[in-house]
Design a protein around this ligand. Structure first.
Ligand SMILES: Cc1ncc(COP(=O)(O)O)c(C=O)c1O
Length: 348
């Protein structure tokens, strides 16, 4: 996002910088408790301190999950479109990627559960799951999550649930449900990846965590880290503690602002001929359908008009572009105006 981080985080970083000694470190006192309290209060999910594994990034976690489960040549399932590292992590880890497609039911993006079952083979070991979903902006319901988990468990798949966007539920009548909170059996087969980075705009500080209740799975995950993954740095830890403990008011204000941006994007995009998008329940990312625009290369076309969008093909679907609306409204308005004006030139 383009927003300044909450003042309590900036103050905590100042204080840590003033300390003046920046050696290797362990999580600061109170950080695990802050995470445990946050997960309990926000989502009703009770976790134990020893289930937490600190990580310098979530993409690292996706790659480690692929290495912690199964063997070389096994398969990892992802549901496309999806954040590009979900598509590259299996290959990086000498696993084969298999995919299922989210489908458009006319109002929103949903799982094709039959398609998901058909994609699973005897060698599929892991499902990489994104909830809330980047890029389609869904906050999956308890029923959808239960079905996803039921299919995975019935086929003996482990699940890596990337919940980095869990603090960004925009619909006031929805709540994030951690997949692993559904049952202890699901928890025992799940690696949940979390971070304060997206919600509080501190991804550059590199502090994330995996929650892995099952000791065997946690052991394999930690073995995959050994000698390769560096520990989290002193500033990342200091920022994470302040984020989880002291930034509730900032967070509520952020969600209010992002809701306004989301509504603006939805209205503007759906009134441009050839472009459309569904209502977004979560995230600050809009997944825009360009298939009726007649454009040969939509990202290039919009870039020439002065708007930088992410290329849908990187997410597994070239008929779309992704717009990040985590920015001041004036910039967003300007971007949407430029997109409308550029599209008008092809229509007229
Ligand atoms: C779903 C998802 N996972 C992971 C990341 C990146 O995480 P990190 O920067 O901690 O590697 C992002 C960033 O956009 C994301 O959207």
């Amino acid at each position: 996002m383009d927003f300044r981080s909450p003042q309590p985080i900036i103050d905590a970083l100042r204080e840590r910088v003033e300390h003046g000694i920046f050696g290797y470190t362990r999580p600061p006192e109170g950080l695990s408790v802050a995470v445990i309290t946050h997960l309990r209060d926000e989502y009703g999910w009770s976790i134990e301190e020893e289930w937490i594994v600190w990580l310098p990034g979530l993409v690292t976690g996706l790659n480690l999950a692929c290495r912690a489960v199964g063997e070389d040549g096994d398969e990892v399932l992802s549901a496309v479109p999806v954040y590009p590292p979900f598509l590259s992590a299996p290959r990086n880890s000498l696993r084969n990627l298999v995919t299922t497609h989210l489908v458009d039911d006319g109002d929103r993006w949903v799982f094709d559960f039959n398609g998901m079952e058909r994609a699973i083979t005897g060698r599929t070991r892991l499902f990489l799951f994104c909830n809330p979903h980047n890029p389609v902006g869904r906050a999956f319901s308890r029923e959808e999550l239960s079905t996803v988990a039921e299919i995975c468990l019935r086929h003996r798949l482990f699940i890596c649930s990337d919940e980095i966007h869990s603090g960004l539920i925009l619909d006031s009548d929805k709540k994030h449900t951690p997949l692993a909170s559904l049952s202890s059996e699901i928890a025992a087969h799940t690696i949940t990846l979390l971070a304060p980075s997206k919600t509080f705009n501190i991804p550059g500080l590199g502090c994330s965590l995996a929650v892995i209740p099952d000791p065997g799975l946690r052991g394999r995950f930690c073995s995959a880290m050994s000698g390769i993954v560096p520990s989290v740095n002193v500033l990342g830890y200091a920022a994470a503690l302040a984020a989880y403990r002291d930034c509730g008011a900032w967070h509520r204000e952020l969600l209010e602002y992002l809701r306004g941006n989301r509504d603006l994007v939805h209205q503007a995009i759906n009134s441009i001929e050839g472009l459309s998008m569904h209502h977004l329940e979560a995230t600050y990312l809009a997944w825009i359908d360009t298939r009726k625009s007649g454009l040969h290369d939509p990202p290039l076309f919009f870039e020439k008009a002065g708007v930088g969008l992410s290329r849908g093909s990187d997410f597994g679907d070239s008929g779309f572009v992704r717009l990040n609306f985590g920015c001041p409204r004036a910039i967003l308005t300007e971007a949407l105006d430029r997109m409308a004006a550029a599209c008008n030139t092809i229509v007229s």
